[in-house]
Design a protein around this ligand. Structure first.
Ligand code: NDP
Length: 435
């Protein structure tokens, strides 16, 4: 197996996390939806229900994937796949892979995002399709996604085994690890349809924006108006997703695409966890039209936008630094940097630059601080009556702290003494002065 796969967690952790993902996450998604939509967002209410009705009660609340749910998912997926394939976009080169390949993409994400939202709002405005149908079938949709994505991941495994798209693929010799972490780094259908761009960006991230708008419309149709709390939440989530698509070609240089293979971990996460858990603060607000007042709403909005901007600027700074070969100014000054070299899996020696000033001089993963803070600010409109809307913030904190460790381990084994030097210059992993 390539060194890529040796850098993720040990087999023991893989088995434990796979088992828990498979057994705990699907019921969690259903319970989260049930609690938000039918139990007033109260974990206590759901717990009492489950205590009273036991396993049968839980089976009763698990919606079956209906024909309507499958139709909605199929139309959405087909629409997004068509936009990905046919909308025009600039030719973009991805980073060189461990096996020495350079993936080529068509950067049409922002156009696909605009077309998606305009079409969705247009369908509603002209009375062709009412987004409240999506909200009313949300449980069935999540249920269908849970099963459908699992089957999709089996397809990915088989494809990796019999028809890999590039030399960036291979087996660990362990079927469970292969299924969980993936077989291929850049799976494609034909030459142009990139599966990870589809699952992560066009299906997963796009669903976040589509559902945020859906929740807003549902509240409007239920109460005849949209509360300021819902507005702040929706605007912040849309700013975040807009930023994502604005910078989508940059995302193709990040760990998700350039290092993590297409397996259950990442694809199931993007196709099930993103639409359900990531959008959950908005799901809660539909039935809780909290009124914040103009002043508080504006404070939260501005704080949230600032965090999203800083997060964007961290990513931009790193990529601009690499793109210009360390020549771009960082915070108005010549950047401080480390010239690192490393050996690829094929034994070639390559060089790379590590930025040690600007955001990347504060801590080694400072960009996670504004990422987590932004999530906190778009949840804050839910105030503090219930814990559940904050689940995403807690989950994201755990995810990113784990990711920072994974990334540090990977970079340490890639860059060796150069990474050690970076750690000496920038000793904190995430929070400057603390961790
Ligand atoms: P990135 O992949 O963008 O950054 C880490 C990589 O950058 C390292 O693997 C290394 O790659 C390179 N690198 C590390 N240090 C330096 C340095 N000092 N100078 C130059 N290059 C360096 O990280 P993420 O993928 O984790 O994050 C990307 C974005 O996605 C962030 O905005 C993050 O907040 C967001 N995100 C959001 C998540 C969510 O669920 N909401 C989850 C994960 C991320 P190399 O091998 O090229 O050297």
């Amino acid at each position: 197996m390539s060194s890529e796969s040796n850098m993720v967690h040990s087999p023991m952790v893989t088995y434990a996390s796979m088992l828990s993902l498979l057994t705990l996450c699907p019921p969690f998604v259903i319970l989260l939806w049930y609690t938000m939509v039918h139990a007033d967002g109260s974990v206590l209410q759901t717990t009492n229900y489950l205590r009273e009705h036991g396993l049968q009660g839980f089976i009763n609340i698990w919606p079956k994937p209906t024909a309507t749910a499958w139709k909605i998912i199929a139309c959405y997926a087909a629409f997004e796949a068509a936009l990905q394939l046919w909308l025009p976009g600039k030719r973009v080169e991805g980073p060189i892979s461990p096996a020495g390949n350079r993936p080529i993409y068509k950067a049409n994400g922002l156009a696909a995002y605009a077309v998606t939202l305009i079409t969705y709002l247009g369908l509603w405005w002209f009375g062709i399709f009412n987004p409240t149908i999506v909200y009313d079938h949300l449980g069935e949709i999540f249920s269908a996604l849970i099963f459908g994505s699992f089957i999709f991941c089996i397809f990915l495994y088989i494809k990796g085994l019999v028809a890999p798209s590039s030399t960036d693929s291979g087996s660990s010799g362990n079927i469970i690890i292969d299924f969980y972490w993936g077989m291929e780094l850049y799976p494609r259908i034909g030459k142009n349809f990139d599966i990870k761009v589809f699952t992560n960006c066009r299906f997963g991230m796009m669903s976040w924006a589509v559902l945020a708008v859906t929740y807003c419309i549902k509240q409007y149709e239920t109460y005849g108006r949209v509360s300021d709390s819902m507005l702040v939440n929706t605007i912040l989530m849309l700013v975040y997703v807009t930023k994502f698509f604005w910078w989508e070609a940059g995302y193709w240089n990040t760990m998700d695409i350039a290092h993590d293979r297409a397996g259950f971990y990442i694809c199931w996460g993007c196709m099930v966890w993103v639409p359900s858990v990531y959008t959950s603060p908005g799901m809660y607000l539909v039935n809780h039209p909290v009124n914040l007042g103009v002043q508080l709403a504006l404070y939260i909005l501005v704080a949230g936008i600032l965090c999203i901007y800083i997060n964007y600027d961290c990513d931009r700074q790193r990529q601009e630094f690499r793109r210009t070969n360390g020549k771009a100014l960082v915070w108005g000054k010549a950047p401080s940097k480390i010239h690192a070299s490393y050996t690829t899996t094929s034994g070639e020696t390559k060089s790379s630059l590590l930025l040690t000033s600007g955001w990347w001089g504060l801590s080694r993963h400072f960009h996670y601080v504004p990422e987590i803070s932004a999530a906190f600010f778009w949840t804050l409109p839910a105030l503090f009556n219930h814990f559940l809307p904050y689940f995403y913030v807690v989950f994201l904190t755990i995810l990113l702290f784990d990711r920072a460790k994974r990334d540090d381990d990977r970079c340490r084994s890639k860059y060796g003494k150069y990474w050690k030097l970076y750690c000496e210059k920038v000793p904190y992993r995430i929070i400057p002065g603390i961790y």
